[in-house]
Design a protein. Structure first.
Length: 374
């Protein structure tokens, strides 16, 4: 039995958590035991992530951290868990987890891998975190990138190309096989049958460029007054975005639904999925929208442009370009057959190439090599 100890700073459940749940569901349970360690945060904001992960079947525990940034306590607890685990491998998923994971792995001589979900520093703090992350990566056994573009940037930042690999995250596709029909999903959200619904599911961070989707909504309303935009997710910019929507007079056309776990139900209610981001890795919600055969309008950045093909499986736009997003969505409103063709092709591609089962088999091969090497 190989024990994979995942470490994650998880305040707001998002794509990384969806990735982990998909991997665990498809994992070889006879050969691998996956466990997750989440850092404690002030006001207990980490507890929701821990609950969501436990409810979905991933053994999750909390590492000390809090307002005093208890690095020693977190490393000490993780070292103890590693020493109690058979054939441990430490797998970290963000900068804080990288630092704690590396220290604990070196103390215990356990293999150490890093999942790199994106490079997209916005502001000095994020730049500093990515700088620290790049330094830690030099000491990892492997860096697992979610796209070729992310891999290239990892190598550009000085990581040994032999240690930097690409494994597309994949998604648990079974979740979308029994999704509710559109009318039921819309009724549950109080949406009128005649509305055209644009949706995005994202953590509300700067790089998600939700303000650009609000700008696009304003432009679309000039020609399509039945447009409604649903923003699903929470994060530090939530109130700022709510205020921005009010300032633009969009209160009756934009709804902020907060954090939701019923992703398939929400996607069923959408007519188009929009991803206006200024930077991305390969967001899990793209796979979800593809699995639901939704027409997608997305920024052509990093892994997004690797998974989606313009005019075949999506309409791709320059990153964070409200005018281009609005124009692409308008073309789908005016030509429903275009949307249907894009959605059908995208669904076929995701089921063929991007399942969680495909991803976890590749990861398990890597884990085995590391365990045997030790």
């Amino acid at each position: 039995m190989i024990t994979v100890i995942h470490v994650r700073n998880s305040n707001y459940p998002g794509g990384v958590e969806t990735t982990l749940l998909g991997w665990v569901k498809e994992a070889n349970r006879e050969a691998f035991n996956h466990r997750l360690f989440i850092f404690a945060e002030p006001k207990g904001v980490h507890l929701r992530s821990a609950r969501v992960m436990r409810d979905q079947g991933l053994d999750s525990e909390v590492l000390p951290w809090g307002v005093y940034k208890n690095l020693f306590g977190a490393v000490k607890q993780l070292v103890g868990e590693i020493r109690r685990s058979p054939n441990p491998i430490v797998h970290s998923h963000d900068t804080r987890a990288d630092v704690v994971g590396l220290l604990a792995a070196r103390i215990t001589n356990a293999p150490f891998v890093i999942s790199n979900h994106a490079w997209h520093a916005v502001g000095f703090k994020r730049w500093l975190l990515e700088f620290i992350r790049a330094q830690v990566m030099r000491f990892a056994d492997y860096v697992i990138n979610v796209s070729e573009d992310t891999h290239k940037e990892t190598v550009r930042r000085g990581i040994d190309p032999a240690k930097s690999i690409t494994i597309y995250s994949g998604i648990d596709l079974s979740v979308f096989l029994d999704a509710p029909d559109k009318s039921s999903a819309r009724a549950s959200l109080g949406i009128d049958p005649g509305d055209f619904v644009i949706g995005d599911i994202a953590r509300l961070w700067p790089e998600k460029a939700i303000d650009k989707l609000l700008d696009a909504t304003s432009l679309l309303l000039e020609k399509h007054p039945n447009v409604k935009t649903l923003i699903v997710g929470d994060g530090p910019l939530e109130q700022e975005l709510v205020d921005y929507a009010k300032a633009r007079g969009l209160e009756s056309h934009v709804r902020f639904l907060g954090f939701r776990e019923d992703v398939a139900n929400l996607l069923s209610a959408f007519d188009v999925f929009a991803l206006p981001s200024s930077a991305e890795g390969t967001p899990m919600v793209i796979y979800s929208a593809m699995a639901m055969a939704l027409p997608i309008v997305a920024s052509a950045c990093s892994g997004v442009a690797e998974v989606l093909e313009d005019k075949r499986t999506a309409l791709l736009c320059p990153p964070a370009d409200a005018t281009a997003i609005a124009a692409a969505i308008s073309s789908i409103i005016q030509d429903p057959d275009l949307g249907s063709r894009l959605g059908a092709e995208a669904k076929q591609v995701v089921f063929q190439n991007y399942s969680a089962e495909q991803a976890i088999r590749k990861l398990e091969d890597l884990y085995r090599r590391l365990a045997h090497a030790g």
